[in-house]
Design a protein around this ligand. Sequence first.
Ligand SMILES: Cc1cc2nc3c(=O)[nH]c(=O)nc-3n(C[C@H](O)[C@H](O)[C@H](O)COP(=O)(O)OP(=O)(O)OC[C@H]3O[C@@H](n4cnc5c(N)ncnc54)[C@H](O)[C@@H]3O)c2cc1C
Ligand code: SF4
Ligand code: SF4
Ligand code: SF4
Length: 355
Amino acid sequence: MVKIEMSDTEVKKRRSNFALLNRTVIKPGYCTSCGGCEAVCPVYVISIEQLVPKLKGGCISCGACVDVCLRYKQRVEQPAIEEESLGTIIELYRGKSKLADVKENSQNGGIVTTLLLTAMKKQKIDGALVTSHVTDLLGPTPMLALNELDIRKASRSKYTLNPVLTKLTSIKLSLKEKVACVGLPCHTETLSNAIEMKNLGADFRVKYKIGLFCMSSYNPSAFRSIITQNLGLSAESLNKTDCARGKFFFVGPDGTTDIKIKECAEAKAEGCKYCSDFSAEFADIAVGNIGVADDSNIILIRTEAGKELFDFALNENVLDVEKVPKEKWEEALAAAKKLSTTKKKHVKPLPPIES
Ligand SMILES: Cc1cc2nc3c(=O)[nH]c(=O)nc-3n(C[C@H](O)[C@H](O)[C@H](O)COP(=O)(O)OP(=O)(O)OC[C@H]3O[C@@H](n4cnc5c(N)ncnc54)[C@H](O)[C@@H]3O)c2cc1C
Ligand code: SF4
Ligand code: SF4
Ligand code: SF4
């Protein structure tokens, strides 16, 4: 065996640490506030404050936060962006939940909530990483749901930045062994990195990754100001927010108000400008609404794990869905492909890291 001698300075230089993450991802504005770095730190010295990861103690230069970060990996690997691709798909469905209360209270067809509820009820999962809200729908609150009530409360989309992966720590510290995680494309990509790392407590017993389609996300305080100043609405009064056909819709006690997405451009999160994934390509199951009725979902099964979870719900007879035959995929996915391609075409490139 050849032994390579290195001086202390060389060893230090080669180790990655929070300073590297800060210099290459956080400071230049590439961070998506996904929360993964906070969760994998073995000495718990990273804290996401005001959506920005901060160092709060002594970094031991283990490199976990750097390895897990999707943006760091993308800067290093410079993956090719395939403009026409929606990622791997093994089966395609469209439809909605059969559960009346879920359909009433969910974002679209309630497929995500139904998959989680059914799996929890039949002990296929013992926890679900979801995004609830405490004050209003523009202030997402990640949580590890341990019962059906918490899963139901997390229904509906929150269109603002969300460090959902910080709650991987709750999975790490709990006795839960079969967890499903729901997240946006950036969340599912960092989560995949965390699962792959399999060290430093990062093998999180995550059985299923459910991804949501995402065009972009918004800065909560800037978004709240826009709806207050431009529409005279208070975020606390909103029962539902939606995004479709170039507009945001806000449903409150006095009906529905809308605003063009273009008019919200200044509230768009900086880190989203570098994002090329629309359809949650790293998920086991990806769910969206584009190309189907407002009260329905389009569902992309990407992996065997995703198929297992979806087939389980099918067998429990809680889904009102049709399987799209392969020859009809192109037509069924045309609208999703159009949005995805637009996103990939307009993405700001992430520069390679200079040594
Ligand atoms: C920021 C954002 C942008 C989106 N953009 C598009 C789009 O452009 N086109 C499209 O077709 N679909 C988009 N979606 C997905 C769509 O809004 C629905 O989430 C999806 O169709 C699933 O509907 P459902 O009825 O099954 O959801 P539900 O059954 O209501 O479940 C929603 C689930 O989403 C999770 N969730 C809510 N907000 C967040 C968040 N901010 N981060 C992580 N998880 C969250 C909750 O934990 C909950 O489990 C977007 C969603 C979000 C959050
Ligand atoms: S993108 Fe995620 S993992 Fe990377 S620095 Fe930001 S919060 Fe941390
Ligand atoms: S994960 Fe490792 S490198 Fe990152 S801050 Fe924590 S101790 Fe430092
Ligand atoms: S646009 Fe990309 S980075 Fe922004 S929230 Fe959506 S998935 Fe995450």
